[in-house]
Structures are given as structure tokens and as C-alpha cells.
Design a protein around this ligand. Sequence first.
Ligand code: AMP
Length: 448
Amino acid sequence: MDVKNVKGTHDVYGEEANAYMEVENLMSHIAELFAFRNVRPPVLEYSEVFTRGVGESSDIVRKEMYTFTDKGDRSCTLRPEFTACIMRLVTQNKLYATNELPLKYYYCGPVFRYERPQLGRYRQFNQFGVESIGVNSASADVETIVLAYTILQSIGLENVTIKLNSLGDEETRNNYREALKQYFAKYIEDMCPDCQSRFELNPLRILDCKVEDDKKYIQNAPRIADYLSKNSKERFDEVKALLSALSIPFEVDDSLVRGLDYYSETVYEFHYTSQKGLNYGAVGAGGHYGNLMKEFNGPDYPGVGFSFGIERIVSVLTDDDLLPDVSNSLTAYVMPMDKSYVNSALMIASMLRVEGYSVDLCYEPSKLGSMFKKAEKKNSKYAIIIGENELESSTVVIKNMNTQVQETVKIDNLVDYLDELESSDHECDCGCGCHEDHECHCHEHKEK
Ligand code: AMP
């Protein structure tokens, strides 16, 4: 049977899988430093979580959802984004009742959108993101931007452009919507079918149209900055002032409208063009939302959050040679000299793994030389050899693959022996390879 992966999905393995793990761990670690806590909603939700009544005009909800009817005749959807899931999770479990505001959560996992696969665009991809719920302030918006920026800097993406805009409050958007309708009424017949339905449902979305022929109309459309209410303008000014005070660089881009409908006030995107010049689109994006929680029959709390596309981040890191250096090394590789010793090898491996050592074993014993080659390929620090003599005397031979020094050790003493070797084998900070921990006095160190 010749079966391939589903179109728009991709397999992750080898170095790339290491990179995903490292990037996700680092993001989680930094989110924890900012006092965000992990949540894990299911991949599968009832479709209403995303459709929420009528009037939804985002392409994601209208056209791109993987929706099906389950055997119980319920409409289910593979999540196309996380924010709605988090709102469902928070309101259903009444997390607002027992926790101080803002509620701060981060998440990571796959999302599904039936989009046209292309560079940086998959049908199943992974997002890492955060939501800060319950505080309506410029500082809560800015805290999420600082977090995202800190994460991007820490993984090595230093030249990130932050695009910032304000979509204003309801008053702003009502006035702006009217202005856009008046303006586009003259051109809409000549624009793409998507824009024609956007014109009816939500004319703001026209600004996000990617069709080349439509751009000439969009270019001269009214700008939202001219329609911001007094409150929204003050709020946006505060966001900009705070970002400047924190030395976070940003560009105001008043064409930024975002793909999901629930945003209001501050919205932002993170862009990075790799040194090869490939543009994968935004590596992350987010913003403030007002009514989402109320739509889930929760309290009328606003929120703000962003999500990163892990695929895009790993792609730019790969392009710019910035992938974290993760070698899948082992502490020990256990090599039975005969098939009948494989069980003993497994027992020794298990004993060491329980002590926190990463250990693999050879299931297909062969000549010693070729097993040593396997140990080298697996980047193992030690090889542990089990032969007939060893088993008879309840010992193993342990060989340091670097120094080639080997010793016979009683199996009962193996853990202590390894503990001792490992504790005396830390390298000094300068990387010269000597075994002094901090106070290194070696020649190379002095040279530096
Ligand atoms: P959104 O949920 O649309 O705000 O997207 C947040 C981030 O997810 C974007 O900035 C991208 O990095 C990433 N993303 C969105 N759609 C895709 C896709 N189809 N394939 C890969 N990454 C995506």
C-alpha cells in the first residue's frame, strides 16, 4: 500500500523535530517567566465554539474549517485557532471565579485550516500562544507584545518587525465600516467575489485582500486612524508610549486588520524576512478582543493574546542557520556480545535510565568493532560491553568513547561508578575542555 501524508500536512523528524521541541520548550519557559500558565484544550470542539451565532465573516470560519458530523449527529470541528477554545475552557470551568485577574494562559498544539498549501502555509500547523484575560488596559496589551518580542529575540530572531494598529472600539468600527462602504460602493462590482461578500459581511476585511487587481482600490481607501474615537485614540497612544518606554521597536501599519473577527483596539503582527530573502508571512500575530468571553456566556471580560506559527519560525531559523544545536547524545550505549545477553543489556539500561541517564542498547549484537561504530554514531559518551566473562562475574566493561579508557566494573557498582565519572566530568565555562568548573586556570583560558 502506497499511502502518503494528507495534502497540506507534513512529517517532522530528525533535526527538525529537535528544533520544534527546543523552540516550544523555550517559548513555554519564557511564558512561565511572565507568569502565564499552561492550558490544553482538546483538538476537537463543537463547531459552535468557532461559528458562534450569525455574522461571522472571517475566511477561516466561513471557508477553512475541517468540520464533520460525528456518529452522534453533532457538528464537530478540528480547531482552526486557539483563542475561542481557551474562552470555552475558561468559561466552562469558571476559572475566572477562583483566580486573580488577569487570567494568563499559554498553549501549544496543532491547528487545522483548509487553505491552499504554499510557502509557510499548511493545512495542519502548530501554534504557540498566550491569552491574558480580564484586564482592559494598554499595559495588558503591551505585556503580551513584550513577551512575544522576548521569545523571538531569545530564539535568535533579532530583526523582527512589529506591525501595530488600532481597530478602535465599537464606535470607531461602526463609523469606519460606513466610510469603507461608501468608498468601496463605487468599485465593488469590479473587485473579487471574496471582497463582494466581505462588502456585505464586514468591509474591514476587504483591506486584507491579497488579489493583485484589487490593491489599486484598497490603496486609497479611508484609513482607520482618521476614525478612532477619543477613547481608542488615547488607548492607542498609551500603547505606543509604553512600547517606546520599554525600547520595543514597532511600525504603525494602518492596513493591518487581522484574519479573525473578534479583534478590537490594539492589533499586531511579527514579521521576519530570512537572510535568503524568503518571506514566509507573519511569524506571529495577535491583538485585543472585547466580546469573546461574553459570547460564551461568561463574564464580560476583554482579553489580549497572540499566537506564533511554529512551522514558520522553524523555517526562518533553518534558513538563517539559527537552529538550536541539539545533538541527540547518549550517556551510554549497552553492547551485548551475543543475542542471549540482550535481556541483561536491557536490565542494565533500565537500571541506568531510572537514575536519569540516557541509555540505548544494541538489539542486534554483531562484531565489537561495528557495535562501537554504532555507539559513535549515536554520540554516546560511554560504551558498556557485556560478554560471557562479564556475565559470569556480574561485571561489565565500561569504555569512555572519548579517551578510550576502559574499566571492568561490578554491575552492582555501575551506577555509583558512572555518577562519579559524570560528576568529575564537567567542563569549565570557557569551553576549553578542562574539568575546572568555574575557576579555570588552564592555558587556553588564560589566553582568552
Ligand atoms: P492567526 O491565528 O491567523 O492569527 O495566525 C497566527 C500565526 O499562525 C501566523 O502569524 C502564522 O505564523 C501562523 N499561521 C497561520 N496560518 C498558517 C498556515 N496555514 N500554515 C502555517 N502557519 C500559519
